[in-house]
Design a protein around this ligand. Structure first.
Ligand SMILES: *Cc1c(COP(=O)(O)O)cnc(C)c1O
Length: 379
């Protein structure tokens, strides 16, 4: 990353690598667009949130817990860990809770990375890996993805990643499915990769979108933990479970890794409403099924729409899809805002011609596609 913040008065005081960082750019909040343009009926398809909103079970659980707000939450998340432990068939000692899985990724970086150590991840992978790596002074080794135009374009090239693993490598991050590309690595291939990685290198498999996978693609990767003690699997309640606003995610790992992560984690990193909401969401299979089906239909709807507009998109297995709208992507994004549709420009991912669109309700996808059609004629 370039050093752009030299004008900051305190940059000489900061830990040097921090000077090269940029703040994470989130999807534009609905309120902000409302304030800026005075629009009503805004649709946000920018942060891969669940368009169904939280489940009824979650709303009830949160409502019932409101009175506990003046108390500190259970810093160990006993009940949520118990529920996760039962669901996963693994002991609670293997679970680390986080303020979203971002928090867990950051804790992993703080525990295992530092100046002089290296972290391997792929091009076009989740930007938090770069931020977490640089903020602790470690060196990023970024593998080329499969080239544009080839089979699997934009996807992680595991062989290229493996080549970057060296003596200084401490952590490897892999998102499966990956954001913002929506690409996917077959479980056999992924396990074959993990098998080849030396056991002193931590391999993080980030499954933020795992619940969206269809049955045929599903493998319970937590079963791999018995074979690879250096593996960490991270998951979140922000996407399919519909709890992005409550910030809750978790890691599953060898208990000794969990022990280290728990030493660094903030004492009350998950709040009391997040804890009860996640517990209620976890066993609401009907809500997850409904979300998965809606997402599948939405992916089909968007793909068909893009084909009709003659646009190339990256086939996605997540709850979002990145579409190539050409060199005017920035203008198209802005014009879509004026149509009341928020999507996500991904030039920060070095994909300046793509916009990432989260799958919405059928009606929202329709509104987006017609707005896109109008806007594309206009630029
Ligand atoms: C959204 C996302 C996360 C998780 O975000 P949290 O809200 O912090 O749980 C993690 N990894 C990837 C690849 C994501 O896209």
């Amino acid at each position: 990353m370039m050093n752009m913040s030299k004008e900051n008065l305190f940059c000489d005081l900061a830990f040097e690598p921090i000077n090269g960082l940029f703040p994470y750019q989130p999807g534009k909040p609905i309120d902000e667009l409302q304030r800026e343009l005075g629009l009503k009926n805004i649709i946000k398809l920018a942060s891969n949130e669940n368009p169904l909103g939280p489940s009824e079970k979650v709303k009830k659980a949160v409502h019932d817990a409101l009175g506990d707000m003046s108390l500190y939450p259970d810093g160990n998340g006993f009940y949520l860990k118990k529920a996760l432990s039962e669901k996963l068939g693994l002991p609670s000692s293997m679970i680390t809770l986080g303020n979203g899985s971002n928090d867990v990724l950051d804790v992993i970086a703080r525990v295992f990375l530092t100046t002089g150590r290296e972290c391997v991840y792929s091009e076009y992978s989740f930007v938090v890996y770069a931020i977490a790596t640089q903020s602790v002074g470690a060196t990023a080794k970024v593998a080329k993805s499969f080239p544009v135009g080839s089979a699997g374009e934009y996807g992680h090239d595991l062989a290229a990643m493996e080549q970057l693993v060296g003596e200084k490598t401490s952590v490897i991050f892999i998102a499966n499915p990956n954001n913002p590309t929506g690409t996917w690595i077959e479980p056999d291939e992924l396990e074959g990769f993990i098998k080849k990685i030396p056991s002193h290198v931590i391999v993080v498999v980030d499954e933020a979108y795992g619940e969206y996978l269809e049955q045929k693609n599903c493998v319970d990767t937590t079963k791999w933990l018995a074979r690879y003690p250096n593996l960490i699997i991270t998951r979140t309640f922000s996407k399919a479970y519909g709890l992005a606003g409550l910030r809750i995610g978790y890691a599953v790992s060898h208990p000794d890794i969990a022990d280290l992560l728990n030493r660094v984690r903030h004492p009350f990193n998950v709040n009391s409403l997040g804890l009860v909401a996640a517990e209620a969401a976890l066993n609401d299979e009907a809500y997850i099924d409904k979300s998965r089906k809606l997402n599948q239909q939405g992916l089909d709807q968007l793909s068909v729409g893009f084909k009709k507009l003659g646009l190339n998109y990256i086939p996605s297995i997540g709850n979002f899809i990145s579409v190539n709208v050409g060199e005017k992507a920035g203008d198209i994004y802005t014009k879509l805002l004026h149509e009341g549709v928020i999507v996500r420009p991904i030039s920060a991912y070095k994909m300046p011609q793509h916009l990432r669109v989260s799958v919405g309700l059928q009606s929202e996808n329709d509104v987006f596609l017609s707005a896109l059609k109008r806007v594309m004629q206009d630029v």
